[in-house]
Design a binder for this molecule. Structure first.
Ligand code: ZN
Length: 180
């Protein structure tokens, strides 16, 4: 979605809520969060929200508007250089995007393995949602998940490993840890 389209959404909100105000910061925040959604999808979802009594006096939050909205399928041009995620083989034309995805993908696979091991809730829907989380939300989720694993595990090395993620050791200590 383009900035112009975001501005149109805000004008639409302003028409529905005369006291509603928006600024450049909000536009760039929305533009960032909505970059992978289609304007038509978001506008339709917004209209559905506005038809709900809940939003007679206040506009729905962005998270509510995009909840369950599909992201635009990434178009891959296989005639260009294509990078593949080492975990799931998802293709990318941009190396940065691929690396970003690969990090997320590895963490999600870890979550999946541990959830199965400890019989914690995990299914395809949860998995898909984890891929859709914003970076900040995912980081929060993942650090809480690691803390939960730390409590659950009976393995000393795993506890140490998780500790090291939260409090990276000095170089010397790290070497000692690796040699043990
Ligand atoms: Zn992947």
């Amino acid at each position: 979605m383009t900035k112009e389209e975001i501005e149109e959404l805000f004008r639409f909100l302003k028409a529905s809520y005369p006291t509603y105000d928006f600024n450049a910061d909000m536009i760039s925040y929305w533009a960032n969060e909505l970059s992978q959604y289609s304007f038509e999808d978001v506008k339709l979802s917004l209209k559905h929200c506005l038809a709900n009594d809940k939003y007679t006096n206040r506009p729905p939050q962005l998270e509510v508007i995009i909840f369950k909205l599909p992201k635009i399928k990434q178009k891959i041009d296989f005639t260009k250089i294509t990078y593949f995620c080492r975990n799931c083989r998802k293709p990318f034309n941009n190396l940065d995007d691929c690396h970003k995805h690969e990090d997320r993908c590895s963490s999600i696979l870890y979550i999946e393995r541990k959830s199965k091991k400890y019989n914690w809730d995990f299914n395809d829907q949860i998995k898909e949602e984890l891929y859709q989380y914003s970076e900040e939300n995912f980081e929060n989720f993942y650090s809480n998940f690691l803390k939960t694993v730390k409590k659950a595990t009976s393995l000393e090395w795993e506890r140490k490993l998780i500790n090291n993620i939260f409090n990276p050791p000095e170089k010397e200590e790290a070497l000692k840890f690796l040699q043990n």
